[in-house]
Design a binder for this molecule. Structure first.
Ligand SMILES: [Zn+2]
Length: 282
């Protein structure tokens, strides 16, 4: 019985490897790339939209150990725009909402492992909301060369709800101001161009796209649960939400399919040092 069990396990293992390999070659053919989305980090507690720092570190180590390359968002958008072939092992990391844990928990890890990350911040919160980053923290991260800071509007509004309660002219002005002012504020604070936008709550339509083009953005992001593909709308680029449960096999399925198929994983959490893995390159 034991031998049969081991043979079956070997077959299942081989099938899993074959599945991952074919998913990766499909990715090379359609020039798609998973753009991961994080929000909060915490040393131990995993609540809604919070990934614990040991899990985050284990995910980065898993990427390095499996030869994934974490690329800056701007280089991937340029490749998607120009139809340039992407390395199928490319992955992008983004974090939304400008939460303070992105400085206290995430930044030390990405600095140690030299992993590039794009932050999407909504400017009204910065230095104001208790759980938000300060401009000093954002500037320090930007100066590291690893962290790119882009816009998530001024006040993180739900644009559809705002449309329901505003007059049309007022609503149009409101949308334009949310997009333009956040871009201007970040550019003035950091003295760097802001060209990307993350739609609050992932709410998007073609009117918003026109407003974003008018405000000077060149690409924008939603929450899509699938990899971003060349040839898609550059203002509707999907990202994949990562949770604390995404470890080992489950993390791999999230990367390859985007939807995070519910696969149980017994993969232990381990540091890169414990695995002796090389850090991911920027
Ligand atoms: Zn948000």
């Amino acid at each position: 019985m034991k031998r049969v069990g081991m043979a079956a396990a070997a077959l299942i293992g081989a099938a899993a490897v074959g599945w991952a390999a074919s998913a990766i070659s499909a990715r090379a053919a359609d020039a798609s790339v998973p753009i991961l989305l994080y929000h909060r980090f915490h040393p131990t507690i995993s609540r809604y939209a919070t990934v614990t720092t040991p899990t985050f570190e284990a995910q980065l180590c898993w990427l390095a150990e499996h030869r994934y390359k974490v690329a800056p968002l701007a280089s991937v958008v340029a490749a998607l725009r120009g139809g340039v072939p992407l390395d199928p092992m490319t992955v992008v990391i983004t974090a939304d909402d400008g939460r303070r844990s992105q400085y206290t928990e995430m930044f030390p890890i990405i600095r140690r492992l030299q992993v590039p990350v794009t932050l999407f911040v909504y400017t009204h919160a910065v230095g104001y909301e208790p759980d938000a980053l300060t401009w000093d923290q954002i500037a320090e991260m930007a100066q590291s060369g690893l962290v790119d800071v882009q816009s998530h509007t001024v006040s993180h509004p739900h644009f559809n709800r705002e449309r329901a309660r505003r007059r049309p002219a007022d609503y149009e002005f409101f949308v334009a101001a949310e997009l333009a002012q956040s871009k201007k504020t970040i550019e003035e604070r950091l003295n760097r161009p802001v060209e990307f936008l993350a739609w609050p709550y992932g709410v998007f339509n073609l009117d918003f796209e026109r407003a974003a083009v008018e405000a000077g953005y060149s690409a924008a992001f939603v929450v899509g649960g699938r990899p971003a593909r060349a040839g898609g709308d550059l203002f509707d680029l999907p990202r994949i939400v990562v949770s604390d449960a995404d470890r080992g096999d489950k993390f791999e399925r999230l990367l390859l399919l985007g939807g995070g198929a519910p696969v149980a994983s017994n993969e232990p959490l381990a540091s890169c040092a414990a695995h002796g893995a090389a850090p991911a390159s920027p």
